[in-house]
Design a binder for this molecule. Structure first.
Ligand SMILES: C[S@@+](CC[C@H](N)C(=O)[O-])C[C@H]1O[C@@H](n2cnc3c(N)ncnc32)[C@H](O)[C@@H]1O
Length: 323
Protein backbone atom coordinates (compact mmCIF):
# COMPACT_ATOMS: atom_id res chain seq x y z
CA UNK A 1 0.00 0.00 0.00
CA UNK A 2 1.37 3.45 -0.85
CA UNK A 3 -0.19 6.28 1.08
CA UNK A 4 0.52 9.61 -0.61
CA UNK A 5 1.62 11.74 2.37
CA UNK A 6 1.13 15.44 2.87
CA UNK A 7 2.04 17.49 5.91
CA UNK A 8 -1.15 18.62 7.64
CA UNK A 9 0.44 20.15 10.76
CA UNK A 10 1.11 23.61 9.33
CA UNK A 11 -2.30 23.67 7.68
CA UNK A 12 -3.78 22.68 11.05
CA UNK A 13 -1.88 25.44 12.89
CA UNK A 14 -2.88 28.02 10.30
CA UNK A 15 -6.52 26.99 10.41
CA UNK A 16 -6.64 27.05 14.22
CA UNK A 17 -5.02 30.50 14.36
CA UNK A 18 -7.36 31.89 11.69
CA UNK A 19 -10.45 30.39 13.32
CA UNK A 20 -9.67 31.52 16.87
CA UNK A 21 -8.81 35.04 15.66
CA UNK A 22 -12.27 35.62 14.19
CA UNK A 23 -14.88 37.62 16.04
CA UNK A 24 -17.19 34.60 15.89
CA UNK A 25 -14.63 31.98 16.78
CA UNK A 26 -14.62 28.72 14.90
CA UNK A 27 -12.57 25.59 14.37
CA UNK A 28 -12.98 23.35 11.35
CA UNK A 29 -14.54 19.94 11.95
CA UNK A 30 -12.10 18.46 9.44
CA UNK A 31 -9.49 18.35 12.25
CA UNK A 32 -11.61 16.13 14.52
CA UNK A 33 -10.15 12.92 13.16
CA UNK A 34 -6.81 12.22 14.81
CA UNK A 35 -6.60 8.58 15.95
CA UNK A 36 -8.57 9.27 19.18
CA UNK A 37 -11.14 11.30 17.21
CA UNK A 38 -11.59 8.49 14.67
CA UNK A 39 -12.11 6.00 17.55
CA UNK A 40 -14.66 8.31 19.22
CA UNK A 41 -16.47 8.73 15.90
CA UNK A 42 -16.88 4.93 15.72
CA UNK A 43 -18.53 5.07 19.18
CA UNK A 44 -20.85 7.85 17.97
CA UNK A 45 -21.83 5.77 14.94
CA UNK A 46 -22.82 2.90 17.23
CA UNK A 47 -25.20 5.13 19.27
CA UNK A 48 -28.89 4.49 18.51
CA UNK A 49 -29.49 8.28 18.40
CA UNK A 50 -26.98 8.71 15.55
CA UNK A 51 -29.42 7.59 12.84
CA UNK A 52 -27.20 8.70 9.93
CA UNK A 53 -24.97 5.61 9.78
CA UNK A 54 -27.73 3.00 9.77
CA UNK A 55 -29.83 5.06 7.34
CA UNK A 56 -26.98 5.26 4.84
CA UNK A 57 -26.03 1.58 5.35
CA UNK A 58 -29.64 0.66 4.49
CA UNK A 59 -29.41 2.82 1.35
CA UNK A 60 -26.08 1.26 0.30
CA UNK A 61 -27.56 -2.24 0.69
CA UNK A 62 -30.50 -1.51 -1.57
CA UNK A 63 -28.85 0.87 -4.06
CA UNK A 64 -25.62 -1.01 -4.89
CA UNK A 65 -27.08 -2.90 -7.86
CA UNK A 66 -28.64 0.24 -9.32
CA UNK A 67 -25.43 2.24 -8.83
CA UNK A 68 -23.43 -0.48 -10.57
CA UNK A 69 -25.97 -0.47 -13.41
CA UNK A 70 -25.30 3.24 -13.89
CA UNK A 71 -21.65 2.40 -14.73
CA UNK A 72 -22.93 0.29 -17.65
CA UNK A 73 -20.40 -2.38 -16.75
CA UNK A 74 -17.38 -0.18 -17.56
CA UNK A 75 -14.23 -0.53 -15.43
CA UNK A 76 -14.04 2.42 -13.03
CA UNK A 77 -12.11 4.19 -10.27
CA UNK A 78 -14.16 4.27 -7.06
CA UNK A 79 -13.00 7.50 -5.41
CA UNK A 80 -14.29 8.14 -1.89
CA UNK A 81 -14.12 11.59 -0.26
CA UNK A 82 -13.69 11.29 3.53
CA UNK A 83 -13.68 7.49 3.72
CA UNK A 84 -13.17 7.19 7.49
CA UNK A 85 -13.40 3.55 8.57
CA UNK A 86 -15.16 2.65 5.30
CA UNK A 87 -17.64 0.31 7.03
CA UNK A 88 -20.55 1.33 4.84
CA UNK A 89 -18.44 1.42 1.69
CA UNK A 90 -17.66 -2.24 2.22
CA UNK A 91 -21.36 -2.93 1.69
CA UNK A 92 -21.00 -1.45 -1.80
CA UNK A 93 -17.65 -3.09 -2.50
CA UNK A 94 -18.88 -6.58 -1.68
CA UNK A 95 -21.93 -6.13 -3.91
CA UNK A 96 -19.89 -4.63 -6.77
CA UNK A 97 -17.40 -7.52 -6.64
CA UNK A 98 -20.18 -10.11 -6.54
CA UNK A 99 -21.63 -8.49 -9.69
CA UNK A 100 -18.23 -8.83 -11.43
CA UNK A 101 -17.35 -5.10 -11.36
CA UNK A 102 -13.77 -4.13 -12.23
CA UNK A 103 -12.63 -1.19 -10.19
CA UNK A 104 -9.84 0.39 -8.18
CA UNK A 105 -10.71 1.70 -4.72
CA UNK A 106 -9.24 5.18 -4.06
CA UNK A 107 -10.25 6.43 -0.60
CA UNK A 108 -9.27 10.01 0.28
CA UNK A 109 -8.98 11.14 3.89
CA UNK A 110 -6.99 13.61 5.96
CA UNK A 111 -6.68 11.01 8.70
CA UNK A 112 -3.63 8.73 8.34
CA UNK A 113 -4.93 6.39 11.04
CA UNK A 114 -8.31 5.98 9.32
CA UNK A 115 -6.66 5.13 5.99
CA UNK A 116 -4.17 2.77 7.54
CA UNK A 117 -6.92 0.83 9.40
CA UNK A 118 -9.03 0.77 6.25
CA UNK A 119 -6.07 -0.53 4.22
CA UNK A 120 -5.52 -3.43 6.63
CA UNK A 121 -9.17 -4.33 6.50
CA UNK A 122 -9.42 -4.23 2.70
CA UNK A 123 -6.28 -6.33 2.34
CA UNK A 124 -7.72 -8.91 4.69
CA UNK A 125 -11.15 -9.11 3.05
CA UNK A 126 -10.23 -8.59 -0.60
CA UNK A 127 -6.46 -9.06 -1.08
CA UNK A 128 -6.78 -8.70 -4.86
CA UNK A 129 -8.74 -5.46 -4.85
CA UNK A 130 -6.55 -2.60 -6.06
CA UNK A 131 -6.37 -0.13 -3.15
CA UNK A 132 -4.78 3.30 -3.69
CA UNK A 133 -5.45 5.68 -0.78
CA UNK A 134 -4.60 9.36 -0.75
CA UNK A 135 -3.98 11.10 2.57
CA UNK A 136 -4.86 14.72 1.82
CA UNK A 137 -7.55 17.34 2.00
CA UNK A 138 -10.37 16.81 -0.51
CA UNK A 139 -9.25 19.73 -2.66
CA UNK A 140 -5.61 18.73 -2.78
CA UNK A 141 -6.50 15.10 -3.49
CA UNK A 142 -8.84 16.11 -6.32
CA UNK A 143 -6.10 18.30 -7.79
CA UNK A 144 -3.71 15.37 -7.74
CA UNK A 145 -6.26 13.00 -9.21
CA UNK A 146 -7.32 15.56 -11.81
CA UNK A 147 -3.85 15.73 -13.23
CA UNK A 148 -3.38 11.94 -13.18
CA UNK A 149 -3.72 10.19 -16.49
CA UNK A 150 -6.20 7.42 -17.23
CA UNK A 151 -9.48 7.46 -19.02
CA UNK A 152 -11.50 5.09 -16.83
CA UNK A 153 -14.92 6.10 -15.65
CA UNK A 154 -14.79 7.88 -12.29
CA UNK A 155 -17.40 7.10 -9.65
CA UNK A 156 -17.07 9.47 -6.69
CA UNK A 157 -18.62 8.60 -3.33
CA UNK A 158 -19.12 11.41 -0.86
CA UNK A 159 -20.71 9.56 2.05
CA UNK A 160 -21.77 10.14 5.63
CA UNK A 161 -23.26 13.57 5.03
CA UNK A 162 -19.67 14.93 4.91
CA UNK A 163 -21.08 17.52 2.51
CA UNK A 164 -23.15 18.74 5.48
CA UNK A 165 -19.95 20.10 7.04
CA UNK A 166 -20.07 22.86 4.42
CA UNK A 167 -22.64 25.66 4.36
CA UNK A 168 -24.99 25.43 1.33
CA UNK A 169 -22.94 28.09 -0.52
CA UNK A 170 -19.65 26.37 0.31
CA UNK A 171 -21.18 23.02 -0.71
CA UNK A 172 -21.88 24.32 -4.21
CA UNK A 173 -18.28 25.56 -4.46
CA UNK A 174 -16.98 22.19 -3.25
CA UNK A 175 -19.18 20.23 -5.65
CA UNK A 176 -18.16 22.47 -8.57
CA UNK A 177 -14.60 21.56 -7.71
CA UNK A 178 -15.51 17.87 -7.86
CA UNK A 179 -17.31 18.53 -11.16
CA UNK A 180 -14.18 20.17 -12.63
CA UNK A 181 -12.06 17.11 -12.13
CA UNK A 182 -14.65 14.75 -13.60
CA UNK A 183 -15.38 14.03 -17.25
CA UNK A 184 -18.67 13.67 -19.14
CA UNK A 185 -20.52 10.56 -17.98
CA UNK A 186 -18.70 10.32 -14.61
CA UNK A 187 -20.90 9.73 -11.56
CA UNK A 188 -21.18 11.32 -8.12
CA UNK A 189 -23.05 9.61 -5.26
CA UNK A 190 -23.43 11.95 -2.28
CA UNK A 191 -25.00 11.43 1.15
CA UNK A 192 -27.23 14.28 2.35
CA UNK A 193 -28.98 14.36 5.69
CA UNK A 194 -32.61 15.45 5.32
CA UNK A 195 -34.64 18.02 7.26
CA UNK A 196 -36.77 16.19 9.83
CA UNK A 197 -38.17 16.36 13.38
CA UNK A 198 -35.75 18.76 15.16
CA UNK A 199 -35.81 16.52 18.24
CA UNK A 200 -34.40 13.63 16.18
CA UNK A 201 -31.63 15.86 14.79
CA UNK A 202 -30.67 17.30 18.19
CA UNK A 203 -30.59 13.86 19.84
CA UNK A 204 -28.12 12.64 17.19
CA UNK A 205 -25.55 15.23 18.34
CA UNK A 206 -26.27 14.94 22.06
CA UNK A 207 -25.92 11.25 22.88
CA UNK A 208 -26.48 10.49 26.58
CA UNK A 209 -23.23 8.51 26.83
CA UNK A 210 -21.36 11.74 26.02
CA UNK A 211 -19.40 10.44 23.02
CA UNK A 212 -20.25 13.52 20.92
CA UNK A 213 -19.14 15.87 23.70
CA UNK A 214 -15.88 13.89 24.10
CA UNK A 215 -15.39 13.87 20.31
CA UNK A 216 -15.74 17.66 20.11
CA UNK A 217 -13.56 18.27 23.19
CA UNK A 218 -10.90 16.02 21.65
CA UNK A 219 -10.23 18.83 19.17
CA UNK A 220 -9.00 20.94 22.10
CA UNK A 221 -6.79 18.02 23.23
CA UNK A 222 -5.37 17.86 19.73
CA UNK A 223 -4.56 21.59 19.85
CA UNK A 224 -2.91 21.07 23.26
CA UNK A 225 -0.82 18.20 21.93
CA UNK A 226 0.15 19.52 18.50
CA UNK A 227 0.29 23.27 19.13
CA UNK A 228 1.37 23.34 22.79
CA UNK A 229 -2.04 24.57 23.95
CA UNK A 230 -3.24 24.70 27.55
CA UNK A 231 -7.01 24.20 27.16
CA UNK A 232 -8.38 22.67 30.40
CA UNK A 233 -11.00 20.32 29.06
CA UNK A 234 -13.12 20.19 32.20
CA UNK A 235 -13.70 23.96 31.87
CA UNK A 236 -15.43 23.57 28.47
CA UNK A 237 -18.95 22.41 27.61
CA UNK A 238 -20.44 20.98 24.42
CA UNK A 239 -23.65 22.65 23.17
CA UNK A 240 -25.76 21.72 20.14
CA UNK A 241 -28.33 23.82 18.27
CA UNK A 242 -30.59 23.10 15.32
CA UNK A 243 -32.40 25.71 13.24
CA UNK A 244 -35.26 24.01 11.37
CA UNK A 245 -35.58 27.00 9.00
CA UNK A 246 -32.03 26.94 7.61
CA UNK A 247 -31.46 23.24 8.36
CA UNK A 248 -28.15 23.99 10.11
CA UNK A 249 -27.20 21.92 13.17
CA UNK A 250 -24.22 23.55 14.88
CA UNK A 251 -21.88 22.25 17.57
CA UNK A 252 -20.21 24.66 19.94
CA UNK A 253 -17.64 24.46 22.73
CA UNK A 254 -18.02 27.08 25.50
CA UNK A 255 -15.76 27.94 28.46
CA UNK A 256 -17.54 27.96 31.82
CA UNK A 257 -15.31 30.82 33.03
CA UNK A 258 -13.00 33.46 31.47
CA UNK A 259 -9.80 31.94 30.10
CA UNK A 260 -6.56 32.91 28.45
CA UNK A 261 -5.36 30.10 26.21
CA UNK A 262 -1.70 29.97 25.26
CA UNK A 263 -0.54 28.02 22.19
CA UNK A 264 3.16 27.83 22.98
CA UNK A 265 4.27 26.13 19.74
CA UNK A 266 2.95 29.03 17.67
CA UNK A 267 3.53 31.72 20.32
CA UNK A 268 -0.02 33.02 20.38
CA UNK A 269 -2.62 33.49 23.07
CA UNK A 270 -6.39 33.96 22.96
CA UNK A 271 -8.69 35.43 25.60
CA UNK A 272 -12.19 34.07 26.06
CA UNK A 273 -15.09 35.52 28.02
CA UNK A 274 -17.14 33.05 30.07
CA UNK A 275 -19.56 31.22 27.71
CA UNK A 276 -18.00 32.67 24.56
CA UNK A 277 -18.66 29.98 21.96
CA UNK A 278 -16.32 28.36 19.45
CA UNK A 279 -18.29 26.80 16.60
CA UNK A 280 -16.68 23.44 15.87
CA UNK A 281 -19.09 21.87 13.39
CA UNK A 282 -21.95 22.60 11.06
CA UNK A 283 -24.12 19.66 9.96
CA UNK A 284 -26.39 21.01 7.27
CA UNK A 285 -29.76 19.31 6.54
CA UNK A 286 -31.62 19.65 3.23
CA UNK A 287 -34.89 18.90 1.47
CA UNK A 288 -34.83 16.70 -1.64
CA UNK A 289 -35.74 19.77 -3.74
CA UNK A 290 -32.86 21.78 -2.31
CA UNK A 291 -30.47 18.94 -3.17
CA UNK A 292 -31.68 18.86 -6.78
CA UNK A 293 -31.06 22.63 -6.94
CA UNK A 294 -27.50 22.08 -5.68
CA UNK A 295 -26.89 19.42 -8.38
CA UNK A 296 -27.95 21.94 -11.01
CA UNK A 297 -25.98 24.84 -9.49
CA UNK A 298 -22.82 22.75 -9.40
CA UNK A 299 -23.08 21.58 -13.02
CA UNK A 300 -24.39 18.02 -12.67
CA UNK A 301 -27.42 16.23 -14.07
CA UNK A 302 -29.51 14.93 -11.18
CA UNK A 303 -30.36 11.24 -11.80
CA UNK A 304 -32.18 10.04 -8.69
CA UNK A 305 -32.44 9.91 -4.90
CA UNK A 306 -32.12 6.76 -2.84
CA UNK A 307 -33.75 7.28 0.58
CA UNK A 308 -33.91 5.09 3.67
CA UNK A 309 -37.29 3.76 4.86
CA UNK A 310 -37.79 6.61 7.36
CA UNK A 311 -36.81 9.30 4.80
CA UNK A 312 -34.14 10.56 7.21
CA UNK A 313 -31.31 10.50 4.66
CA UNK A 314 -30.68 10.35 0.94
CA UNK A 315 -27.81 9.35 -1.28
CA UNK A 316 -28.25 11.33 -4.44
CA UNK A 317 -26.86 10.09 -7.77
CA UNK A 318 -25.68 12.74 -10.22
CA UNK A 319 -23.85 12.58 -13.53
CA UNK A 320 -21.59 14.96 -15.44
CA UNK A 321 -23.64 15.93 -18.53
CA UNK A 322 -22.64 14.04 -21.67
CA UNK A 323 -24.14 16.57 -24.13
C1 LIG B 1 -17.96 12.02 9.45
S1 LIG B 1 -16.55 11.03 9.06
C2 LIG B 1 -17.35 9.97 7.91
C3 LIG B 1 -16.63 8.68 7.70
C4 LIG B 1 -17.33 7.72 6.75
N1 LIG B 1 -17.31 8.22 5.39
C5 LIG B 1 -18.75 7.47 7.15
O1 LIG B 1 -19.65 7.87 6.42
O2 LIG B 1 -18.97 6.85 8.18
C6 LIG B 1 -15.66 12.13 8.07
C7 LIG B 1 -14.32 11.62 7.52
O3 LIG B 1 -13.92 12.56 6.52
C8 LIG B 1 -12.59 12.99 6.74
N2 LIG B 1 -12.51 14.40 6.34
C9 LIG B 1 -13.21 15.44 6.87
N3 LIG B 1 -12.91 16.58 6.22
C10 LIG B 1 -11.99 16.25 5.27
C11 LIG B 1 -11.29 16.99 4.29
N4 LIG B 1 -11.49 18.30 4.16
N5 LIG B 1 -10.44 16.34 3.47
C12 LIG B 1 -10.24 14.99 3.60
N6 LIG B 1 -10.87 14.23 4.54
C13 LIG B 1 -11.73 14.86 5.35
C14 LIG B 1 -12.34 12.78 8.21
O4 LIG B 1 -10.96 12.60 8.49
C15 LIG B 1 -13.20 11.57 8.54
O5 LIG B 1 -12.49 10.36 8.43
Amino acid sequence: MTVSQTSTLSAFAQDVLDGLSQEKRRLSSKWFYDSRGSELFKQIMSCPEYYLTEAEAEIYRHSAASLYEATEGQPFDLIELGAGDGTKTQLLIERFLAAGAQFTYRPIDLSASALSDLGKLIKLRWPRLEFNPIQADYFEALDRLGSSTGSRLRVVLFPGANIGNFSPTEAIGMLRNVRNFLRPGDLLFTGFDLKKDPAVVLAAYNDPAGYTAAFNLNLLSRINRELGGDFKLDCWRHWETYDPVTGAARSFLLPIEPQTIVLSEVQRSFQFRAWEPIQVEISQKYTLREIEGIADASGFDFLRHYCDGRAYFTDSLWQVPTR
